[in-house]
Design a protein around this ligand. Structure first.
Ligand SMILES: [Zn+2]
Length: 366
């Protein structure tokens, strides 16, 4: 298939230029690279802003990666024809005078590709395809270097029910939507969050009668005690000072109105530890009345701080864990996390990991 783009190049590399029909912003402003055995990972969003009075189709996004000497090291694209992406099918167009948040679709690159400079170029057309436009932005990501030593916050056979991979619900938060604007939420604090559950050998996280997966949602009134994770101890992943605690909210209680008085109300109950180096850990959905620490307490890695519950915006008992750059929510961004001295369960075998990331689908123990 041959597609001819006649558009003139519009937009200034990396700069916000008011006169361009479409401008791009990178969110958050600081872009980190994190690593795993699978490669190098980029978890950020691109905010497109259409200044025209007409709807624009998003035809294509192209990534060019350059090394430190400015030489091309990688080229990739998604378009509406031969190589569609989840992003382009979800946001096929930009409404007049509107914005669209695109979750960076080039989320994982091989380990040996230098990521000194990334150029993102978007191509647009009018609905009748008579006019074409383009916009570009450059990103210089920084390798994330974690300052806090983190241990797993639960004991037992732990499944990462959902983490921060490209398809995770934590990553896919569109904080530019009206609801978030109304509550003053400007960032994605759960960009790198991890939901931990305890599972049995078969990978189930509840006892009792057999169920199919989606019964988790239908049986919302089930007894909490059917879940293996309910009520088990939560341990401080790292040493630091407790800066926020709440444990008065009941199971599965979340009213968006509560966000006016508590910007962390999504979690229901929580403990936040300041690691005194710009990094904080947050432990969300803890069980009502189980906090063992209070704001101001010094805690050591491995100390029990609470028990797992399902308070706040939670489907079932699990621990929602975040490493983040602040204690609140409205302007806080998530950070990648690496854990020390745990074992990955690989079927009959387990593998000791001295330090590594933990993400969706992994089964780990300590
Ligand atoms: Zn979560």
């Amino acid at each position: 298939m041959f597609i001819l783009f006649l558009g003139f190049v519009l937009g200034t590399s990396g700069l916000f230029a008011q006169s361009d029909p479409v401008t791009i912003e990178v969110r958050p402003g600081k872009v980190y690279v994190s690593t795993s055995d699978a490669g190098q990972h980029l978890n950020f969003d691109l905010l497109l802003r259409n200044s025209l009075d007409q709807k624009l189709l998003i035809n294509k996004v192209e990534l060019s990666v350059f090394d430190a000497s400015g030489k091309l090291a990688w080229r990739d694209f998604y378009d509406e024809y031969g190589r569609p992406s989840l992003e382009l099918s979800r946001f096929p167009s930009l409404a007049p005078k509107d914005t669209a948040l695109i979750y960076n679709p080039f989320h994982t690159l091989p380990k040996d590709v230098s990521l000194a400079r990334l150029k993102y170029e978007f191509f647009f057309s009018s609905e009748d395809r008579s006019k074409t436009y383009s916009a570009r932005i450059e990103v210089a990501p920084e390798l994330f270097v974690q300052k806090t030593d983190l241990a797993l916050p639960l004991k037992g056979r732990i499944l990462v029910w959902d983490g921060y991979d490209y398809n995770s619900h934590h990553r896919r938060v569109d904080y530019t939507q009206k609801f978030f604007e109304q509550i003053g939420q400007k960032t994605n604090f759960q960009r790198y969050a991890i939901d931990f559950v305890i599972v049995d050998e078969a990978g189930q996280h509840y006892r009792g009668r057999a169920r199919s997966n989606d019964d988790w949602y239908r049986n919302r009134q089930d007894e909490m005690t059917e879940y293996l994770t309910y009520g088990i101890p939560v341990y401080a992943a790292g040493s630091g000072k407790v800066v926020a605690v709440r444990d008065d909210v009941g199971e599965r209680h979340f009213d968006p109105k509560d966000l006016a008085s508590d910007e962390r109300a999504f979690y229901g109950n929580y403990v936040v530890i300041d690691h005194l180096n710009g990094e904080f850990t947050l432990y969300g959905h803890i069980k009502k009345g189980t906090a063992l620490v209070k704001a101001g307490d010094a805690v050591k890695q491995g100390a029990q701080i609470a028990s797992v519950g399902a308070a706040g915006s939670s489907l079932f008992p699990h621990l929602h864990f975040e490493l983040r750059d602040g204690s609140g929510a409205r302007t806080v961004e998530g950070l990648p996390s690496y854990f020390s001295n745990y074992r990955r369960v690989l079927g009959a075998k387990t593998k000791l990991v001295k330090r590594g990331p933990i993400n969706t689908g992994e089964i780990v123990t300590n």
